[in-house]
Design a protein around this ligand. Structure first.
Ligand SMILES: Nc1nc2c(c(=O)[nH]1)N[C@H]1C(S)=C(S)[C@@H](COP(=O)(O)OP(=O)(O)OC[C@H]3O[C@@H](n4cnc5c(=O)[nH]c(N)nc54)[C@H](O)[C@@H]3O)O[C@H]1N2
Ligand SMILES: Nc1nc2c(c(=O)[nH]1)N[C@H]1C(S)=C(S)[C@@H](COP(=O)(O)OP(=O)(O)OC[C@H]3O[C@@H](n4cnc5c(=O)[nH]c(N)nc54)[C@H](O)[C@@H]3O)O[C@H]1N2
Ligand SMILES: [Mo]
Length: 679
């Protein structure tokens, strides 16, 4: 998301990387991962040659040999067991490779397989779900109107480290400072006093899993004003259903359930009323929890009730420089999911894919016999690590497209070395709707590809030809074209293709635009504020709140020396990593992140001090780790970042239990855990 200036010498060695001062969105800023792409390019462990076989049997082969063998196997499986015997997992590493991602998706579609899996259902399916249920189209991504807004509420997101969840926020500290310098007010709700909380006007140490209660109280309080309710009815259907459901929320249960100081709750309601319009964003702290869908639903309700949705000073939806969503007509979707995969019929099929939670059982059941992984690391990312590993080991064909060896490439029977960010031309296609402006960037190849690394679009185009079909328009011979040829049709359909190709950095067509969602997308009658499935989940959460307790700030004071219960595990990101990437690659002279179980210093002391080896146990598994003191955390919370190999937090999650019924999302944050010192 950040513009980089890369300096090379005449041997194509990367000698320097810095933030691009002329980039209109990142303005000279880049995070440590950006500065490390040179080290990634030159890393001696990089996959340089196609290889086949596992373990001792693995040998380097030619591209022809690998692609012939893979095409023969996939073709035979399709004939014998049907196209659904071949599955594909597309993940983070493919999200920033526009040509490769599109070619891989098209390959699977034309091959005819329904077995498509992406990282969405282990990250954030609540967002497309709610967009579809409330707005009629899953592709609506609300973006903070940072130039015109005056109030920003952040729930379970830490953009100073992550640079945003579904909003791309490069240069986050400066952005927040500018917003506040113009009179903007920022509130951060997080069980950890985060790097972002340091930039905020108000920090609220909320109990994990209780964001929905704050939002429920806010929406209820606002709708209690008849004038507000009347204006909401003019924009939305279902307002009265929502009001009825929220009548069960009272101030005391909100204070109890969130652990928030009553004065802060009242101040929040007053602040929201005073500002009128606002922007509120969530991240994985909400999207990975039990209350994910309800939180997101109430967040949308808050925007709609305050007339902040698709309006200046609130949230806008970015139609995109490349996709130009505001020039199309959309048919409202009904939100009804398709059936799950045969071994897990209860899992919902949404947005053309099945939840990741179903892939391992599909392999175990013998339905999936070959897996193609494109830029993903299922062994660290999927729930229930041991089961994922065993399932992968049983497959005769696992093709992995990656840059580096990972826990997952151990299981590869076919290893396909890809070109990296500096070795390929690219376009900000999947970021199009997430940007803070209507903007895009096209970049040429910086250095030629090293060794036998190839662009993934070339791999899928060649593989398709071996199977008798094509994934590229006009069926060109992949050996005769380059990245630019593949990207040109997308450039040509953009707002101004010539400007995009000519610009040395990103081009901005405009800042926030409003009103196109009302005009083009909204179903008859406006927003839908009373979708039955979400109201039902809200009602269930409310019933649970009145029946049982949610841990509050000091619930953990009973922690003993050896064990501590009443703890909740939360998810968080690390500055120098991107999931499992960059955990061992840094810019020259910089350090890499170390794994650890983050806990409040009092808890750390009660368990034996910093560095004590501990076992963290959830309902589904156990993890061995070492204690790290973090005085920013609530006492009843521990935090473990995702992406480490041995101290892998996915040892604690399950593909079978704790799955959201509407999305198939694996619960990865807000899990009850215990922790004890290891002997
Ligand atoms: N540096 C870096 N950047 C990244 C990534 C990375 O690994 N490293 N990963 C990328 C990816 S794939 C993603 S999905 C995004 C994620 O982007 P974010 O969601 O912004 O990042 P997180 O650090 O996971 O922020 C989650 C926050 O939620 C808090 N939290 C946990 N539980 C709760 C809760 O119940 N309620 C509330 N209110 N807060 C809670 C955590 O303490 C944490 O501060 O980041 C992307 N950017
Ligand atoms: N328990 C638990 N589980 C989680 C999470 C959590 O917080 N807790 N977080 C979840 C989240 S938010 C996400 S997004 C998923 C992430 O799940 P994944 O996307 O599967 O995980 P990554 O570790 O990002 O793997 C990306 C892979 O792509 C490779 N890669 C990098 N660049 C390229 C490229 O240009 N081309 C190709 N072909 N490959 C490339 C990298 O080397 C790496 O192996 O995990 C989820 N799983
Ligand atoms: Mo993610």
């Amino acid at each position: 998301m950040c513009g980089l200036v890369v300096t090379t010498d005449d041997t194509h060695t990367i000698v320097r990387i810095r933030g691009d001062d002329d980039h209109p969105l990142s303005r000279g800023y880049t995070c440590p991962k950006g500065r490390a792409v040179g080290a990634l390019h030159h890393d001696p462990r990089r996959l340089d040659r196609p290889a086949m076989g596992r373990g001792e049997q693995r040998v380097d082969v030619t591209w022809d040999a690998l692609l012939d063998d893979l095409a023969t196997r996939l073709g035979a499986l399709r004939n014998e067991h049907g196209p659904d015997s071949v599955a594909m997992y597309l993940a983070s590493g493919s999200a920033f490779d526009t040509a490769g991602r599109r070619a891989a998706e098209r390959f699977l579609r034309v091959f005819g397989s329904a077995q498509k899996y992406t990282a969405t259902t282990i990250d954030t399916p609540c967002k497309p779900l709610v967009a579809e249920a409330v707005g009629g189209w899953s592709g609506l991504t609300p973006i903070w109107d940072h130039e015109h807004g005056s109030l920003l509420l952040l729930f379970g997101t830490n953009p100073v480290v992550s640079h945003g969840h579904s909003n791309a926020i490069p240069d986050p500290v400066q952005r927040l400072r500018e917003f506040r310098a113009r009179g903007g007010e920022v509130w951060v709700f997080d069980p950890r006093h985060t790097e972002t909380a340091r930039q905020a006007d108000r920090y609220v140490a909320i109990a994990p899993g209780s964001d929905w209660l704050v939002l429920a109280w806010l929406v209820r309080s606002l709708l209690a004003d008849p004038a507000v309710a009347a204006s909401a009815r003019a924009r939305a259907t279902g307002v009265d259903d929502l009001v009825a459901a929220l009548s069960a929320v009272d101030r005391d249960s909100v204070i109890d359930g969130t652990g928030i100081d009553p004065a802060a709750i009242d101040a929040l309601v007053t602040t929201v009323r005073a500002h009128g319009r606002l922007a509120a964003l969530t991240g994985t702290g909400c999207s990975m929890g039990v209350d994910a869908n309800v939180t997101e639903y109430l967040l949308w309700a808050l925007h709609i009730v305050t007339d902040s949705a698709d309006r200046a000073g609130g949230m806008w939806c970015n139609p995109g420089y490349l996709m130009q969503l505001d020039t199309r007509d959309w048919e409202a979707a009904d939100g009804v999911p398709g059936d799950g995969p045969p071994s897990r019929p209860e899992l919902p099929r949404r947005f053309g894919e099945w939840p990741v939670a179903g892939l391992v059982s599909e392999i175990e059941a013998g339905n999936v016999r070959a897996l193609v992984v494109v830029g993903g690391n299922p062994v660290t990312a999927f729930p229930d690590t041991a089961r994922t590993r065993s399932a992968l080991a049983t497959l005769d064909t696992v093709a992995v497209v990656d840059l580096l060896p990972t826990e997952t490439t151990e299981y590869a029977t076919h290893l396909l070395p890809a070109t990296d960010q500096l070795e390929r031309a690219d376009l900000t296609w999947l970021l199009d709707s997430y940007q803070l402006a209507v903007a895009a960037q096209y970049t040429e190849t910086v250095v030629p590809a090293v060794a036998d690394r190839r662009p993934p679009w070339w791999m899928f185009a060649s593989l398709a030809r071996g199977l008798g079909f094509s994934v590229l328009p006009g069926d060109p011979d992949p050996d005769t074209i380059d990245d630019r040829t593949v990207l040109e049709p997308l450039v040509g359909r953009s707002r101004d293709g010539a400007a995009l190709l000519a610009a040395p950095t990103a081009v901005v067509a405009s800042g926030a635009v409003y009103g196109w969602v009302y005009e083009r997308v909204l179903p008859e009658g406006g927003w839908r504020l009373g979708p039955a499935s979400l109201l039902a989940q809200l009602t269930t959460l409310l019933a649970r709140t009145r029946g049982a307790e949610i841990p509050t700030a000091d619930a953990n004071d009973a922690g003993t020396r050896e064990t501590s219960t009443g703890l909740t595990l939360v998810a968080h990101r690390r500055l120098r990593m991107m999931n499992s990437q960059f955990r061992d690659i840094a810019a020259p002279g910089a350090a890499v992140e170390q794994p650890g179980v983050l806990a409040h210093p009092d808890l750390v002391a009660s368990l034996g001090g910093v560095g004590t080896p501990v076992v963290v146990t959830s309902a589904h598994g156990a993890l061995d780790g070492r204690l790290v003191a973090d005085d920013r955390l609530r006492r009843d919370v521990i935090a473990i970042a995702h992406g480490f190999g041995d101290e892998n937090v996915s040892l604690l999650t399950s593909a079978e239990h704790d799955i959201d019924a509407l999305t198939g999302m694996v619960h990865q944050s807000g899990l009850p855990v215990t922790i004890e010192a290891r002997e």
